[in-house]
Write a protein that binds this ligand. Structure first.
Ligand code: SF4
Ligand code: SF4
Length: 124
């Protein structure tokens, strides 16, 4: 999963770099930067501590800097990679079709791996 996050990241960041600087309502808030139980299970399986956002839920995420998120993608809550706003999706779809299809395929692979991991969590 960590490798899949790292493979996806350059493509996502190329497009967030195009659209996010012009965003009027940034999606990064502390409530989104707070890991869920499934995220804790993933981090625990890697033997690392989660890095949760700090402060009121509706404040801008404490992990956000002027240059973007300060965490490597694999260390963010899963929802941070899973969320695509309209302008971001549009930028991706307006780019190379081949790259977009490769991205979707890798994203599906990541989701499948995560599903497998979470199944293990349920197995006693
Ligand atoms: S992903 Fe979309 S909503 Fe979030 S900061 Fe970028 S442009 Fe704004
Ligand atoms: S991408 Fe980073 S800055 Fe944005 S909500 Fe997630 S953890 Fe916070």
């Amino acid at each position: 999963m960590k490798e899949a996050f790292e493979r996806l990241s350059p493509y996502i960041e190329r497009h967030t770099g195009e659209v996010c600087p012009f965003c009027v309502k940034v999606c990064c808030a502390n409530k989104h930067g707070t890991p869920e139980a499934q995220d804790f299970f993933f981090f625990g399986s890697l033997g690392i501590e989660a890095v949760p956002a700090q402060g009121p839920a509706d404040a801008v995420c404490s992990l956000l800097s002027a240059a973007g998120c300060t965490l490597p993608r694999w260390q963010r809550p899963f929802r941070c990679t899973w969320y695509f706003c309209g302008p971001l999706l549009e930028a991706m779809r307006n780019g190379s079709g081949r790259e977009y299809r490769a991205f979707v395929s890798e994203l599906e692979r990541l989701v499948g791996l995560r599903r497998e991991l979470l199944e293990k969590q349920k197995t006693p």
